[in-house]
Design a protein around this ligand. Structure first.
Ligand code: C2E
Ligand code: MG
Ligand code: MG
Length: 449
C-alpha cells in the first residue's frame, strides 16, 4: 500500500509522522464505518469496502528513563527493536507509523471494538517480550489508546481521538488499553472485565446506602503507647472482595476519588471522637495515586479537617511507595500543602516497590512503613532482618519515624523492637476493628498502663 507519496522514518522503517497522517486519511476514505441500521459489510481484500478503521496509538512507558540513563543511541536501538516486534506481530493486518520519540500508531482496517482490544493486547504482548540491553533486562510496557471510526470521521479526527485515549491510559499509569468513550481496563479478559463491572456497581451502591465502613488497626510505639491507628476500608456487602481488590477497581474507574473523600471525612470524624473521649490518637488514612492527581485533593483534605474541626496534626496520610517513582509537580504541591498544614505523610509498603533511594531525601515524608514482606520472612530469614535494621537506620537518619507492618507473632515483635523500629503494627498486637471495639480496646490498654 506504500508508494512514493509516503516517507519512512529512518530509525524504524515505519511510516514517518506526516506519512502516517496521509495514510490515515486515505484509509478513512476507503473504510466504511458500521451503520447500526445495516449489517456490517464483508471484508474485501481487493480494495473495495474494508469495514471500519480502528486506530491504535501506542506509547511506550518510561521510555524517557531508558533514553536519559542509557543514551540516545541505545534508545534508538530499543525503538527499532520495538518497531520490528510490532511489524512482525501485525503482519498484513494494517499499517504502522512512528509519531514521535516513543509513540507508534497502528491503522487497522476492518477492525471492530472487541477485535481492536484483542489486537491491542497482542501488540502489548509483543512489546512486553524481554529486552536485553547492555547489562540490563527490561520488559517494556505501553499505554494504548483506541479510536474506532464512526460515520463522517476523517483520518485526522480518528488520530486525535486515539491520542486522547492514549493520554487517558498514560494518566492511569500506562500499561493498559483505553478505548475512547470507555473507562480504562488492564489487558482485556472478558471474565475479569465483567467482574470489575460488578465490583464497581457494588461500590457505587455501598457509597450510596452506607455499605462502607472504616475499621481501625492500632500501631504501637516502643514505649507501649498507641498514638496512631490506621483506617482501613471495609465493604459490608458479603459478595465484595477484600479491600486490596476493590480499591484497585475503584482506582481504575476513578471512583477512588469519591471513596477517598468519604474516607478522609470519616477518618477525621473518628479522630475527633477519640479526642472527645480523651484519647488523643492520630488517624492514618490511605491515599492512592489517583486521588493525589485529582486537582480537588487539597480541597477535600481541608474540607475534612474543617468540617470535623480536627487539628491537622491528628491526621496522617499513607501513600504507596510507587507514587514516589514519578512524582508530578501537582502531586508534589499537594503533598507540600498537606505538610504545611501539619498533616503527617507516611510512605507505605516501603522496600518492595520502585523507590529510588536518591528520591527519598526529597520527599517530605515523616514516616516510613516497612513492607510486611520483610516481617513475614522472620525469624528464619536473617538477611531480611539485616535489611529491616538497615532501612530503619536509613529512615531515622532522614528524620522519619520507622514503622514495621504485619507482625503476627511474639517472636517477630521481639526481633523488630530489637532492630530499632519506632513502631509496630500487626495481628500480634491487634487486627483492624470497628470504631466501638477500638474505643474499648484503647480504654482497656489505657487502664492497664
Ligand atoms: P496497607 O495500607 O498496607 O494496610 C495494611 C494491610 O495489612 C491491611 O489489609 C491490614 O488488615 C493488613 N494487616 C495488618 N496487620 C497484618 C498482619 O499482621 N498480617 C497480615 N497478613 N496482614 C496484616 P487490608 O485492610 O486488606 O487493606 C489492604 C490494602 O488496601 C491496604 O494496605 C491499603 O493499601 C488499601 N486500603 C485499605 N483501605 C483503604 C482506603 O481507605 N483508601 C485507600 N486508598 N486504600 C486503602
Ligand atoms: Mg496503609
Ligand atoms: Mg502497608
Amino acid at each position: 500500500m506504500i508508494d512514493t507519496l509516503y516517507h519512512l522514518d529512518p530509525v524504524t522503517g515505519l511510516l514517518d509522522r506526516s506519512s502516517t497522517l496521509l495514510m490515515a486519511e486515505e484509509l478513512a476514505r476507503r473504510c466504511t464505518p458500521d451503520n447500526p441500521e445495516r449489517p456490517p459489510p464483508p471484508r474485501d481484500p481487493t480494495g473495495g469496502r474494508l469495514g471500519p478503521l480502528a486506530v491504535l496509538w501506542i506509547d511506550i512507558d518510561r521510555f524517557k528513563q531508558i533514553n536519559d540513563s542509557l543514551g540516545h543511541e541505545i534508545g534508538d536501538g530499543v525503538i527499532a527493536t520495538l518497531a520490528q516486534r510490532l511489524r512482525e506481530r501485525l503482519g498484513g493486518r494494517g499499517e504502522l507509523g512512528r509519531m514521535g520519540a516513543d509513540e507508534f500508531v497502528c491503522l487497522a482496517p476492518g477492525v471492530r471494538a472487541l477485535q481492536a482490544e484483542a489486537l491491542a493486547a497482542e501488540l502489548a504482548q509483543a512489546i512486553g517480550q524481554v529486552l536485553e540491553l547492555a547489562d540490563m533486562v527490561l520488559r517494556p510496557t505501553a499505554g494504548i489508546g483506541i479510536a474506532l471510526q464512526q460515520a463522517g470521521d476523517s483520518g485526522i479526527e480518528l488520530l486525535q481521538r486515539a491520542d486522547l485515549a492514549k493520554t487517558a491510559s498514560k494518566r492511569a499509569g500506562g500499561n493498559r488499553v483505553v478505548v475512547e468513550g470507555l473507562g480504562s481496563g488492564s489487558w482485556p479478559d472478558a471474565q475479569l472485565q465483567r467482574e470489575e463491572l460488578v465490583i464497581e456497581q457494588m461500590l457505587h451502591e455501598a457509597l450510596a446506602d452506607g455499605g462502607l465502613t472504616l475499621h481501625y488497626q492500632p500501631i504501637v510505639d516502643a514505649d507501649g503507647q498507641v498514638r496512631v491507628v490506621e483506617a482501613l476500608m471495609r465493604c459490608s456487602n458479603p459478595a465484595a472482595p477484600g479491600p486490596g481488590r476493590f480499591i484497585a477497581v475503584a482506582e481504575k474507574t476513578g471512583l477512588i476519588v469519591r471513596l477517598g473523600e468519604w474516607t478522609l471525612m470519616r477518618g477525621c470524624a473518628f479522630a475527633r471522637r477519640m479526642r472527645e473521649a480523651d484519647m488523643p490518637v492520630k488517624v492514618a488514612v490511605n491515599v492512592s495515586r489517583t486521588q493525589l492527581l485529582d486537582d480537588q485533593f487539597s480541597v477535600a483534605l481541608n474540607a475534612a479537617l474543617l468540617c470535623t474541626r480536627v487539628d491537622a496534626r491528628a491526621l496522617e496520610l499513607e501513600l504507596t511507595e510507587s507514587l514516589f517513582m514519578d512524582i508530578s509537580p501537582s502531586v508534589q504541591s499537594s503533598l507540600a500543602a498537606a505538610r504545611e498544614l501539619g498533616v503527617g505523610l507516611a510512605i507505605d509498603d516501603f522496600g518492595t516497590g520502585y523507590s529510588c533511594l536518591a528520591n527519598l531525601k526529597d520527599i517530605p515524608a515523616t514516616k516510613l512503613k516497612l513492607d510486611r514482606a520483610f516481617v513475614s520472612a522472620l525469624p528464619e530469614d536473617q538477611r531480611a532482618l539485616a535489611v529491616v535494621g538497615a532501612m530503619t537506620r536509613l529512615g531515622q537518619a532522614l528524620g522519619m519515624t520507622v514503622t514495621a507492618e504485619g507482625a503476627e507473632t511474639q517472636q517477630q515483635l521481639e526481633l523488630l523492637w530489637a532492630s530499632g523500629v519506632d513502631q509496630v503494627q500487626g495481628f500480634a498486637i491487634a487486627a483492624p476493628m470497628p470504631e466501638e471495639e477500638l474505643l474499648v480496646w484503647l480504654r482497656r490498654r489505657q487502664e492497664a498502663t
